[in-house]
Design a protein around this ligand. Sequence first.
Ligand SMILES: [Cu+2]
Length: 274
Amino acid sequence: MEQKQSGTGGSLVAAGLALSLVVLTFSTIYIFFKRTWWFPEPISAFAEAVDRQFDRTLVITGLVFFLAQLALGYVIFRYRDRGGRARYSHGNTVLEILWTSATAVMFIGLGIAAERAWASLHWMGAAPGAMQVEITGKQFAWNFRYPGADGQFGRTDPSLVNDAAGNPVGLDTNDAAAQDDVVTATMAVPVNQEVEVILRAVDVTHSFFVRELRFKQDAVPGMVIRLHFKAEKTGSYEVACAELCGLGHHRMRTVLQVLPEDEFQAWLREQAAE
Ligand SMILES: [Cu+2]
């Protein structure tokens, strides 16, 4: 029987593997620390809460990643091929219980930590007096509807949807409340004001996404989904569709302008005039 060769060959391979793991680990940690590719600046309290949760998760999982990769590098080198016989192990029940419970505690803990931010968006309604904007997703554009001076949205009817006639959301112009509704192709909101979003979709599932608000919600045909946000920084932000919704998905984007109150009112008047 041929005796397996041990010696420098095995050591070199093991050392090379271990070293590449160490280099990979440190460069990954460096990229995250340096924030080389990072999120745009948050513009709402909710967005900041999401970022805090992200940081918490990243620190915990980053630490686990760091220790696990270094341990793997160590084990690769320490137990490299020395020509001996491998030993069979049944595992270790105590260790199994330990790391399963540690993982459970970590996931449940992170879930509890995130619960308040999640609840503030999904379970609690908009603050009283919030401005309402209805957002309708359709292949391949967003439409925004403001209720006008009466504060009431007029009736809509899917059978009235007609892009060519300039009625993308199917507004029923016979309804008195519909007379002053303003339908726009870009979105604007006043800064520091609670906005209630009423999300709808005409054809397939779309997803309303504004990165700076950390706000992403599917718009589902047949459903009316209410969420809310308060943008605290003026500026112009991209609205993207975050759900692959067809061939023109890539061009389903528009802009959210966060404006001072007077500029917002002027914008709304301008849109109504058109
Ligand atoms: Cu879409």
